[in-house]
Design a binder for this molecule. Structure first.
Ligand code: PEP
Ligand code: MN
Length: 361
């Protein structure tokens, strides 16, 4: 798939491209005040505002609707910023297009549903409007890619992905866990696709925004979408995570933009380190294969002596022992625990396969 880089669809854009504006458009005054302040920040090229708000429960503020589209047109005319709104159904697309909105975005709650995505893609066919696709609420890369593919198939090539974090049942410091490996895999599988990070919805709390924005830059993402409000604490939606335009200016000013490529000497040294990593990975693969061969042998042995596969006491001891050794060696315990569980699971699987095979003989 040939995606268009940001500079082909957003005039004057450079890294980081910043999309900013309130979670929700609330009033003409709030929208205009935010937009005027944001227009003073050079990196901000696109003004966002939600006007149809997906709310978890009914009875909450659900957006100002079509009235907001008129305010956004005014933003564009007065400040020159491009404008973007969230669309969740075909009628939103029609209304947004009728009001001259420049870019659409599709929210996390919509991307989870292939029926909605297909309907939207059909509504967008032939419009040639750029679309930003947030990641689905749940950590499912295929759904995210599927949504992008549905749009691409209708002829839309100006597409960007927006990484806004993922719902996780366990409580973490984030509102939506970043799970960086997922957008990294997206970038690997869809090279050339512009990717923004939305640190506001990842953090759910304005204090974490600088750190997440920096991390996004260090992972070679192209830009940021940041919720911005003139008086964040009084915002009608997502109050805790919004920042003032002034704070946004400071956050952007403090970002360190590292080069993607270094000097010759740097590249040579990096190559050397990469080579060492390669060798370690090959060694790990060799050892894992050896470990699995032994698991196979154990499966055979247990089968012929009529012994169960899972030996709970042994697993408990092994786990505790490896965690102790690993933490002494400076490994992160959560990482090591996940790795051990994965290896153990595979080892059980191999032994189960042995038993099944032998039963069939
Ligand atoms: C938003 O950007 O305000 C929004 C509703 O985001 P998400 O779809 O990521 O929850
Ligand atoms: Mn929001």
């Amino acid at each position: 798939m040939d995606f268009q880089p940001f500079h082909n669809w957003i005039p004057g854009s450079s890294r980081p491209l910043v999309v900013a504006g309130p979670c929700s458009a609330e009033s003409e005054v709030q929208v205009m005040q935010t937009a005027r302040a944001l227009a003073q920040i050079p990196a901000v090229k696109v003004f966002r505002a939600g006007i149809w708000k997906p709310r978890t429960r009914p009875g909450q503020f659900e957006g100002v609707g079509t009235a907001g589209l008129v305010w956004l047109r005014q933003v564009k005319e007065e400040t020159g910023l491009l404008t973007t709104v969230e669309v969740a159904k075909p009628s939103h697309v029609t209304e947004a297009l009728n009001h001259g909105i420049d870019i659409l975005w599709i929210g996390a709650r919509t991307v989870v549903n292939p029926f909605s995505m297909q309907e939207l893609a059909e509504a967008l066919a032939g419009t040639d409007i750029p679309v930003m696709v947030k990641n689905p609420v749940n950590p499912d890369l295929k759904l995210w890619m599927g949504a992008i593919e549905r749009l691409f198939k209708t002829g839309i090539t100006r597409i960007a992905a927006v990484h806004r974090g993922f719902y996780q049942a366990e409580k973490t410091q984030y509102r939506n866990a970043p799970l960086w490996e997922i957008p990294i895999e997206l970038m690997r599988q869809m090279p050339g696709l512009p990717v923004l990070c939305d640190p506001s919805h990842i953090s759910g709390n304005r204090t974490l925004i600088p750190r997440i924005s920096q991390q996004a830059m260090d992972l070679e993402m192209d830009g940021l979408m940041v919720e911005t409000h003139p008086d964040p604490d009084k915002a009608w939606t997502d109050a805790v995570q919004q920042v003032t335009p002034e704070t946004l200016g400071n956050i952007l000013g403090n970002l360190i933009l590292r080069e993607k490529k270094g000097s010759h000497e740097f590249e040579r040294n990096l190559e050397q380190l990469r080579h060492e990593i390669d060798l370690i990975d090959y060694e790990m693969i060799r050892l894992l294969a050896k470990r699995m061969n032994i698991a196979e042998e154990m499966g055979q042995y247990k089968y012929s002596h009529n012994i169960t596969i899972l030996q709970l006491e042994r697993w408990k001891e092994l786990f505790a022992d490896r965690i102790k050794k690993g933490s002494k060696a400076g490994l992160d315990t959560r990482f090591l625990a996940a790795l051990l569980r994965l290896v153990h699971e595979q080892s059980i699987q191999i032994q189960t396969n042995v038993m099944n095979r032998r039963e069939e003989e």
